[in-house]
Design a protein around this ligand. Structure first.
Ligand SMILES: Cc1cc2nc3c(=O)[nH]c(=O)nc-3n(C[C@H](O)[C@H](O)[C@H](O)COP(=O)(O)O)c2cc1C
Length: 175
C-alpha cells in the first residue's frame, strides 16, 4: 500500500513563483489550523500568527531581507510566525513546528509556499525583526521566527525521489 504521508513529504517543495489567483479561503483556513495543531514544549503554544493579505503590506514585507523575501511581491498571503520568548526557551523549536505544519498542509492542498527566515537575519544592516515589527506593530516580548509566503503555484518544482535520499546521513547505533 502506498504511504500517502511519505509521498506528500516527497512532493513538498519550496514554491516562490505564484499566479494572480488568490488562495481559496478553505485552504487558508486548513493551513492555519495545521499550524495551530503543532506540538510545543510543555504544550505552551508560545506562538502568535499574523496573517497578511493586504497588497501594500506584502510588498513592504518583501523588503525585510536582502533578496530572500522577494517572492512576497507575488504572493497572495503571508503568515508571520512570532514566538513569545518570555513563555519558554524553546520558542524557536515550537515556532518551527508551526511553520513546517503550515508548509506541508499548503503543499497537500496544492498551494505554493516558502519559508522566509526572519530570526537572525537582516536587510540593509537592520534586523529583519525590527523591520517586520515596524510594519506589523507587534509587542516587544514577541520575537520574529519566520514568514510563510503563500500563493497558487505558477510552476510546481519536481517531487524528490525516495531513491536519491542521502542515506549517508543515517548513523545506525553509533556515529
Ligand atoms: C530554516 C529555513 C530557512 C529558509 N529561509 C529561506 C529564505 O529566507 N528564503 C527562501 O527563499 N527560502 C528559504 N528557505 C527554503 C529553502 O531554501 C529550501 O527549503 C531548500 O532550498 C530546499 O528546497 P525545497 O524546500 O524545495 O526542498 C528556508 C528553509 C528553511 C527550512
Amino acid at each position: 500500500m502506498e504511504n500517502q504521508l511519505l509521498t506528500l513529504f516527497a512532493q513538498r517543495r519550496s514554491v516562490r513563483a505564484y499566479t494572480d489567483e488568490p488562495i481559496p479561503e478553505e485552504s487558508l483556513k486548513a493551513i492555519l489550523q495545521a499550524g495551530l495543531l503543532s506540538p510545543s514544549g510543555r504544550g505552551l503554544r508560545p506562538w502568535e500568527l499574523v496573517i497578511v493579505r493586504d497588497r501594500r503590506t506584502l510588498d513592504r514585507l518583501a523588503e525585510c531581507r536582502d533578496g530572500a523575501a522577494q517572492m512576497l511581491k507575488g504572493a497572495s498571503c503571508a503568515v508571520v510566525v512570532l514566538g513569545d520568548s518570555e513563555k519558554t526557551d524553546v520558542w524557536t523549536e515550537d515556532c518551527s513546528n508551526v511553520m513546517m505544519n503550515m508548509h506541508l498542509m499548503a503543499s497537500a492542498l496544492g498551494v505554493g509556499s516558502c519559508w522566509i527566515q526572519g530570526r537572525l537575519r537582516t536587510a540593509g544592516g537592520v534586523s529583519t525583526e525590527e523591520i517586520v515589527q515596524e510594519i506589523l506593530g507587534f509587542p516587544e516580548h514577541l520575537k520574529l521566527e519566520a514568514i510563510l509566503s503563500l500563493g497558487m503555484p505558477a510552476a510546481q518544482p519536481e517531487a524528490r525521489s525516495l531513491d536519491e535520499l542521502p542515506e549517508e546521513k543515517l548513523h545506525w547505533e553509533k556515529f
